[in-house]
Design a protein around this ligand. Structure first.
Ligand code: ATP
Ligand code: MG
Length: 424
């Protein structure tokens, strides 16, 4: 049999509840802040990412799934969500609409990476984007949304918010020079990527995952000491808002984020529960992104969370999930009873109950076994005498008691019993 491609994963029905919990929390939380969903294509012109994500980023230099389509155009499976949203925002004339523009997405993203726990080649992201607002209140809104989302997933107590400012073009240029001066004597001992970063964007050296290079980043100059007055004021105001809202954070001068488009605020939520791939959510401000894409400059802020990593954290913490299993299984003893069971099941579904019946012509014993595997709350047995009486023998699967219930009263009976169980 052909096997699944390396770095990809199946989501099996047994895991669906977990995924839905995460996706529902994402949607519900984003909508509380007035963000609406946006869906953009899974592939875009390669140029969009080269420009949007940045030529010097790991993503563009090493990780993109790029190919020529049959028309000879270079297209790329999206490695992240922001570039596509930015393109859609401009292309659909939304820059001239009501601002701030707020959108969220739930997507698959593709990066050619070395697969590890929490690092896949196709992975999933929940992201939120806010365009048009330059004020630190917008940064705060993005962080508050992210933080509420993680709390909603019941992992807020196992993540830490790390915050930094990487300044604007002006103050970063000065800082870049300071970094170059600092790293220069160590360059020969650093990885090849860092030597390229040294030329193109020395800030990115701070994000190197290589232990050999990390050793040198510890004593590196801090961007925070180079911020211009405006960038400093922005950062101080943001911290003040977070303090006022009771959101705890650590200022971490080494957070720079992996993508080239960030400016001023950058942040990550990290965890110690899932090993090396410890960043579950990352974001920041990208005021120059639209300009970089030749559009009218518009300030922007946003974040993206990796759903696989969130799920690993939820697993590791043992977050309990409310999975809804079958409410009732309708067992039939003979052909006529099975036929009736099928129709009854259909009626119960119309009443909003999860109802299943035998599709395999199994014996009663085997049907009970299957109902048990399903986790059905009740089994309603129908045989010859029940058919005659117009009633089913209903067994509560959490005990051994059973009751005769008229077909027409079955829905109400089961709903009543389920309701009482929930109250307990
Ligand atoms: P990392 O430093 O771990 O490579 P990144 O900086 O490349 O992450 P972003 O581009 O900011 O990550 O993406 C946002 C989030 O998406 C990450 O914090 C992470 O949770 C998730 N993510 C990124 N790449 C992968 C991947 N290959 N597999 C699974 N999740 C990923
Ligand atoms: Mg990466």
């Amino acid at each position: 049999m052909i096997q699944i491609p390396k770095g990809t994963k199946d989501m099996l029905p047994s895991e669906a509840c977990l995924w839905h919990t995460v996706e529902n929390a994402a949607r519900e939380t984003a909508e509380l802040y007035g963000f609406k969903e946006i869906r953009t294509p899974t592939f875009e012109h390669t140029e969009l990412f080269a420009r949007g994500v940045g030529d010097a980023s790991d993503i563009v230099t090493k990780e993109m799934y790029t190919f020529l389509d049959k028309g000879g155009r270079s297209v790329t499976l999206r490695p992240e969500g922001t570039a596509g949203v930015a393109r859609a925002f401009v292309e659909n004339g939304l820059q001239g609409g009501a601002l701030p523009f707020k959108a969220y997405y739930l997507i698959s993203a593709f990066r050619y990476e070395r697969p590890q726990a929490g690092r896949l080649r196709e992975f999933h992201q929940f992201g939120a984007e806010l365009y048009g607002a330059a004020s630190p209140a917008a940064d705060a809104e993005a962080i508050l949304l992210a933080s509420r989302f993680l709390n909603e997933l019941q992992i807020g107590d196992r993540v830490e918010l790390r915050l930094n400012s990487i300044g604007c073009k002006t103050c970063r240029a000065r800082y870049g020079e300071a970094l170059r001066a600092y790293f220069k004597p160590h360059l020969s001992e650093m990885c090849e990527d860092c030597r390229t970063r040294y030329e193109k964007n020395p800030l990115r050296i701070l994000d190197c995952k290589n232990e050999g290079c990390k050793r040198f980043t510890e004593g590196a100059p801090r961007m925070l000491d180079y911020l211009c007055d405006d960038c400093r004021a922005h950062f101080e105001t943001l911290k003040g808002i977070l303090d006022g809202a009771g959101v705890a954070y650590t200022v971490d001068p080494r957070i720079v984020r992996g993508l080239d488009y960030y400016s001023r605020t950058v942040f990550e939520f990290t965890t110690d529960l899932i090993g090396a791939q410890s960043t579950v959510l990352g974001g920041g401000r990208y005021d120059t992104l639209l300009e970089q894409m030749d559009a009218k400059p518009t300030p922007a802020v946003g974040f993206a969370a990796g759903l696989e990593r969130l799920i690993l954290v939820m697993d590791a913490k043992g977050v309990p999930l409310a999975e809804r299993t079958s409410d009732v299984y309708l067992a039939g003893l003979d052909a006529a009873s099975r036929g009736r069971a099928l129709l009854l099941a259909e009626q119960l579904r119309g009443e909003g109950l999860i109802a299943e019946c035998d599709l395999m012509d199994r014996s009663l014993k085997a049907q009970f076994k299957y109902a048990d595997k399903l986790g059905a709350a009740f089994v309603a047995v129908i045989g010859e005498s029940e058919l005659e009486e117009g009633a089913a023998e209903v067994r509560d699967m959490s005990g051994s008691s059973s009751e005769r219930v008229k077909f027409e009263a079955l829905a109400q009976y089961i709903k009543g019993r389920l309701g009482r169980r929930e109250e307990k």
